[in-house]
Structure formats: C-alpha cells, structure tokens
Design a protein around this ligand. Sequence first.
Ligand SMILES: Cc1cc2nc3c(=O)[nH]c(=O)nc-3n(C[C@H](O)[C@H](O)[C@H](O)COP(=O)(O)O)c2cc1C
Length: 518
Amino acid sequence: MATTPAVHSRQKKPLIVNAFVEMCTGHQSPGLWRHPDDESWKFNDLDHWVKLAKLLEEAKFHGIFIADVLGGYDVYKNSLDPAVISGAQWPVNEPLSVVPAMAAATKNIGFGVTISTTYEQPYHLARRLATVDHLTKGRLGWNIVTSYLDSAARNIHGKATQLAHDDRYAQAEEYMKVMYKLFQSSWRDDAVILDRERGVYTDPALVRQINHKGKFFDVPGPAITQPSPQRTPLLLQAGTSRAGKIFAAQHAEAIFTSAHSPAVCAKSITEIRELARTEFGRDGNKIKVLALVTPILGRTEEEAQAKHAEYRKYASTEGALALFGGWTGIDLNQYGDDEELREVESNAVKSTVTGYAKFAPQNSKWTKHTVAEHVAIGGNGPIIVGTPEQVADGLERWVEEGGVDGFNFVSLFFVDNEDNGKANTGYRRMPFSHNPSRISSSCFFRSFGSVGFSGMATPFQVARTARTSTASRGRSTHYLSTLLPSSSGGQVCRLKSTRFPNSWDGLSDAESLPRGNN
Ligand SMILES: Cc1cc2nc3c(=O)[nH]c(=O)nc-3n(C[C@H](O)[C@H](O)[C@H](O)COP(=O)(O)O)c2cc1C
C-alpha cells in the first residue's frame, strides 16, 4: 500500500522512551507512598534500582533519568516540615552512586544523572563523570542544572541565598568550558601505553594541561582520569528561562521539557533550535526533546478515571505546595484559603497560576488548594488518562503538535516485587517485548489494569494498542507505531553522545568546541 510522503518522513523519527525517577518517594507526586501498592520507600535499597534497570532495559527503554536536588523544599510556610512530613523529595539520595550497579546488571540502557554546576567543582565532577562513564562503558548522561533552592546555598555555600539566576548560568557557561577542556582536550586516546619493558604507564607527551583561568574557575589540569568511552557524557538540560534556553542551545544534545500543552512546548523548542542554529552554528533539529508525561491507563476510560481519582486520594497537598514553593520561590501560604490567585498583587503568582488555568479550564477558581491539586500528581507536566488508545492519541499530539522526540515517563509510584506479580492486587509485570505476538492479550489486559509503575509498563501497552487499534480503523501506518524503539536484532536503543570527535587531534583550542559540533 502506498505511503504518503508525510507519513514516510515521520517514520524516520524514532521515539525516545525514558523513565523519569528520583532517589526518593513521591518525586513529582508527593504522598503517593501511602498507596498500599507503593514500594518506592525501598529507594535506599540497591536491589530496588537494579531490578528497575533490568525491567526497563527488558522493555527497551532508552534511558533512566534520575533527577536530583541538593536541599529541602522549605519555601512554603517558611519551613521544611511540610516536605519532611509528606516525603516531598525528602529524604533524597545522591543519584550517581547507584548507576554502576544498574549498569552491571544491564547492557544497553542509558543513565541520565542530574548534577549541578552551582555546587560541584568542575575538576572533581569531570573525574566522577569519567569514572562512571568508564564503569558503564559509555552509557552515562549528565543533566546539567544550575539548581533553584536557597536551602542548597545555605548548606553548601554557607550563604543565605543562591547566586542570582543569570549569574548561575554565567558560571555554568564557564563551567562547561572547563569540562570540555578536561574531557576532550587534555588526554590523547592512546596516552596510556602500559609499556612494561620501559616502565611507562602513561606517555607524558600525550597528556597536557588545560590552563584554564576564568572568572569563576582556575583549573590547570590535566584531567586526572584517562578518556572514558564517550569522553564528554551525553549532555542533557532542561532550562526554561532565556538564559536556560541559550545554555541548552549551545550545549544540550537532549532537552527535557515540562509543559502543560504541546503548543507551549513547540514554541519553546522552536526558540531553542533557532538559537542553536543562529547563535552556535548547530543543527537545532539534532537536539532531541523529551516531554514529561504521566500516563494513567485503564481497560476502559472509566477504569482509568477511577484510578486517577484513587491516586488523588493519596496525593499530599501540603507536599505539593512545598514542591511548588521550591520550584517557583513563591510561598502560597501567604494567601487565604479562598483567595483567587489570578487577582493577587504578585505578578509572579498571577502569571504562574494563569498559565495553569489556561490548560485546566474546568477549574473556575484558582486558590492555593487548586494549585496544590493541579501539581500534586505529575508535577508541572500533563497527565494523560484513558484507555491505551486514548493515551496513545494523547502522546501522538505531543509528537505532532509539540514536535517532541520522545517522553520522560513519570512514575506515580513503584511496584517492586520479587515474583513479578502480586496476585492479591491483580498486578502482573508486563512480558516486555516489542514483538506483539509475544504479548498475550490476557496478560496485556491484566497488566494495564494494574496500578504499576505507570511510566514503566504503559509505553508498550500504549504503543501496541495504537498499532492494533489503528489497524482496525483502517489506517495502514499509525504514527506512534513507527516511532517505537526498534526491536530488530536486539540493537542498542539508547542515546549516546556523538557531539564531539573522540580524539584530541585538532582540539587544542577547546574553547571553540561547542561551536558547530552537533
Ligand atoms: C523535566 C525537567 C527535569 C528537571 N530536573 C531537574 C533536576 O533534577 N534538578 C534540578 O535542580 N532542576 C531540574 N529541573 C529544573 C531545570 O534545570 C531548570 O532550573 C528549570 O526548568 C527552570 O529553568 P531555568 O533554569 O532556565 O530558569 C528540571 C526541569 C525539567 C523541566
């Protein structure tokens, strides 16, 4: 059957499927740890992460992205208590530590780890990243953040507040220069010669200093680690401000977005891609965009809606207000229970809440409680509730209208059980496979009827349903079915840094590296 040119060209764009997690309970949905099926409180346990990595790899996910913060959410009520009580990203563990164990149990899946340029020294971080890139055989990604919590500044820098927003990005900019020099330019690939006869481990002629002197950092180098498989790990970023977008346009290979509508997302992506082209000589289309999404599936729409309603019962509004306070710097506790937030004096409050209201018109009034409900499940990203087919259609809108290349699926909570199933709750682990014929329909329905890690099991269900349902609608090629990670030949389906040549030849002027290198 003939394929239209539009469909044909879409077929070339593979969908990137990522799991979005954090080493804490709740993550984007505080309070869900109270759900009887949740076992996210096992996040201190290494087995928990190893099992997750194996499960996601089996499911052919490209990557696991582990978010991180370096302080508590204490803006709301000017107190840490709401976060402490509700478990809103508190306590939270350091994410890089768990990656080698997950890598040892898997072969292909990638690991994105959040690390802040505001609170780590570049020389030390270059070493830590290179070490883990070695240990994972080149499967590491770095989500570069500049951080947003004053509580981190108080604890790490001993300062009442963090560096101003744009100053954090200016520092991050110089930080990247140091990192590129250390990663790309201070060691030649063949510097370690292991010459037993002459007793030379590393040839000193093939290792050089970087002599970086700048406003924020003085780093003579060379890097203390030899080049890792990727040298520079895959660079990820999620800035939304002008400074953040300029940073992404220059450095990111993949960007994370969290927007309420595909149109908002599309606008932001276009801006970043345009900046990449005009300001940094990069092909902006090569920057991959992953949208944060929380899917909730049911066998019927009613079942999915019932699940959504059930989850809401466990969501913590105090935890949500604590997270909102940290993300925005706004303490909504200063407003009355019934106060309409679109009419208050603060422009920051007005514009943030007006933004929410635009995409949730069912709420006629926006108080602090409405805001809490709005962000309590799935944070600032969209929740897509429905049958697999409805969710597939929802995701498709993000790809077609939002221009995204894939998704960061948020987990509402973890189901982590030894026997791959919980007879009492009806939970069954998916027989993760891209070969639809291997997924029996009974198992399929049992699975998405469950309350599992919704960001983990659903993409397969969604995709398969999209494929079969649209075939039955008579369309020969369904968009989403063409975007899935390929199952053919067990090929590697992860993101990998390809931006820089893996050699120091011609890289003596490390500062010019970001320009034109995609
Ligand atoms: C999907 C997504 C994930 C993010 N993950 C983190 C994170 O793990 N740690 C962090 O400090 N900031 C994280 N951020 C915040 C961004 O780094 C950034 O600070 C925020 O989007 C505001 O943009 P700006 O820095 O340009 O003002 C994330 C943002 C998004 C959209």
